[in-house]
Design a protein around this ligand. Structure first.
Ligand code: M6R
Length: 607
């Protein structure tokens, strides 16, 4: 999704700071990039990878004391130089970078075109520089004595007209300021003694400062060489607090791994330690999440989420139902427009790594508007979901840069497990679960150290499609295994509830479609899934069993990925790690751009 950077007073050079920031935001996903520097406004922009922009600025370096930059993820108009940001007005006096969607842009565009303004892009964003230029020429709030508006007045008057979602940064030629506004799209500000930064996300400037102001919806910012002001929509100054974020620049580097995804897969033991820290009491045999101490036991639970987070929601709903509480997972994009009925005491939980996913935020807002208490389960401290919900549980996975969610999924699974125990109680005797949770980081390490995923990936490469089956708590792992596979390898993959295979998907099963069967434990579910394996075998499809070896699954499988024995509720984390690794190696062998899969964005901030 689009990424914004801005800097004022950058000690290492404006262009370098902006290009570093854009590089740090590459993980969000993009297809074009650009920069604008002031006070003598110069813009450069190019479709394609950041390297294209690097070549352009190397040939003709723009200079300036401050500036803004942008990575674009196409929504209105294809990736092309003309659609890349910054967008400027006809005279090139105003430059704008924008993340989000301006919903009333067509009306504004029609109005401006009727006045004779010529547009050069298909974007919604381009209306903004034209509107600001018009205000500068003829604005009614004349404050600069020459019949037009000051740049600040022009900026605020135009933002007042915009509908939809935006994080906007604006530079006006000849004027030493950056104007910014946030409404529905993330925007943070970094500060130190010499410089001020703006960005869609903290990693953009993490190597320069860790002191951050998390801007709120409706807030606007004016950065000037010697000071900065945060104000509300009425332009009244707002007092904000500067927070020091915990993670460091090293935490967002690759630490010697070829890809962020592989690094993040390997970080799972630590991520889980963080997630569980202070929440298990081995002596008392209790599990408690401090943040939830004021929350009463819900009568029912609805969980809204997208993508990988939705798979964690499916797992959580299974646990809650197992504990006797009516619970369902909902795709947030559906729930936002077709919400499920709420009962008295229904809790609506949003599971979202970024805390900024527009569909999930819309679903949570819908639930709140109808009177539900809402709880965010998120990784991002101070994210929009964290701030808007009544309660928040942090999964504490640390920064995740790879577009494919890996460690955050494991942490979501375990955070929702702890939450379920805390809210409604999972079992009388928690000791075996607490023991399994305590041992889980070590068990993940064992999987990482002993996995045959690379060999399995090589063995099954070049297949027509890849299927994943699992039951009950392993069903969300089947869904997630397939999503990971298609997302980074671009191979066709589907996940099914094991019992559903024979109700349709079996028609797709051939000798060229390997089936990953997730079978843990030795109970009824395992026996039934082994029955499904036999159905697959009878069609000569290769079977890869992902198993703890407690059932006979291995006997019927062509290939095996083993996990250590663990508690049934923690087993999905381990089976999923094996599937993450298979997808990684499959994609790596195919030479895919693993951390930045085509068309995808890390944080999807449009509905
Ligand atoms: O930040 P969120 O958890 O709300 O993001 C939801 C999905 O966009 C995300 O999980 C997506 O499916 C991942 N890229 C999958 O790896």
């Amino acid at each position: 999704m689009c990424g914004i950077v801005g800097c004022m007073g950058c000690p290492n050079g404006t262009l370098e700071t902006l290009m570093d920031g854009l590089g740090n935001l590459e993980y969000r996903g993009y297809d074009s990039a650009g920069v604008a520097l002031g006070p003598v406004l110069e813009t450069r922009k190019r479709a394609g990878e950041l390297d294209e922009l690097r070549k352009t600025v190397a040939e003709e370096p723009p200079t300036g004391d401050f500036g803004v930059g942008h990575t674009r993820w196409s929504t209105h108009g294809p990736p092309a130089d003309r659609n890349a940001h910054p967008h400027t007005d006809e005279s090139g006096r105003v430059a704008v970078v924008h993340n989000g969607i301006i919903e009333n842009y067509q009306r504004i565009r029609d109005e401006l075109e009727a006045e004779g303004v010529t547009f050069t892009s298909e974007t919604d964003t381009e209306v903004v520089p034209h509107l600001i230029a018009r205000e500068l020429e003829s604005g009614s709030d004349a404050t600069n004595g020459d019949g037009g508006c000051s740049p600040a007045d022009a900026f605020h008057a135009v933002v007042d007209r915009l509908e939809g979602s935006y994080a906007l940064c604006v530079v006006v030629d000849g004027h030493e300021a950056i104007f910014a506004a946030r409404q529905g799209s993330p925007l943070v500000m970094g500060v130190d003694e010499r410089a001020t930064y703006l960005a869609s996300d903290v990693p953009a400037f993490i190597e320069r400062t860790r002191d951050v102001v998390f801007l709120e919806d409706g807030q606007r910012v004016e950065l000037r060489p010697d000071d900065w002001t945060v104000m509300d929509a009425d332009r009244s100054p707002v007092e904000v607090s500067v927070e020091t974020v915990e993670y460091t620049a090293e935490a967002t580097g690759k630490s010697g791994y070829d890809h962020y995804m592989l690094k993040e897969i390997n970080e799972q033991p630590d991520a889980l330690r963080q997630c569980l820290s202070g929440r298990l009491d081995e002596l008392d045999g209790t599990i408690e999440i401090e943040e939830l101490s004021d929350l009463e036991e819900p009568t029912s639970v609805q969980i809204v989420a997208c993508g990988t987070s939705y798979h964690a929601a499916v797992y959580a709903a299974t646990l809650l139902r197992g504990a006797g509480v009516p619970a369902a997972a909902h795709l947030a994009s559906e729930y936002a427009t077709a919400p499920a009925p709420l009962g008295k005491g229904t809790l609506v939980i949003g599971v979202t790594q970024s805390g900024e996913t527009a569909d999930t935020l819309a679903a949570l807002r819908e639930a709140r508007a109808r009177g539900a208490r809402t709880l965010a389960v998120t990784n991002q401290v101070n994210s929009t979901a964290a701030r808007e919900c009544d309660d928040v549980v942090y999964i504490r996975a640390g920064p995740e840069i790879g577009v494919a969610a890996t460690k955050t999924f494991s942490s979501q699974l375990m955070a929702t497990l702890l939450l379920t125990e805390d809210l409604v109680g999972l079992a009388e005797d928690l000791d075996p679960l607490i023991e399994a949770l305590r041992d889980l980081p070590g068990a993940i390490q064992t999987v990482l150290d002993t996995t045959d995923a690379r060999e399995v990936a090589a063995e099954i490469a070049d297949s027509d499609a890849y299927f994943f089956i699992g039951r009950d708590r392993q069903f969300p792992v089947a869904l997630e295994g397939a999503l990971k596979c298609k997302e980074i390898s671009y191979e066709h993959a589907e996940g099914f509830a094991a019992g559903e295979l024979k109700h349709g998907p079996l028609a797709l099963v051939t000798p060229a479609t390997p089936v990953f069967a997730i079978v843990t434990g030795d109970g009824e579910r395992a026996r039934k899934t082994i029955g499904n394996i036999k159905e697959v075998e009878a069609r000569d499809a290769p079977v890869v069993a992902v198993t703890d070896g407690r059932s006979e699954a291995e006997r019927y499988a062509d290939l095996v990925l083993e996990i250590p024995e663990t508690h049934p509720l923690t087993a999905p984390v381990l089976t999923n790690v094996q599937l993450q690794l298979v997808s990684y190696h499959l994609a790596n062998d195919l030479g895919r751009p693993i951390d930045k899969p085509r068309n995808l964005a890390k944080s999807v901030t449009v509905e």
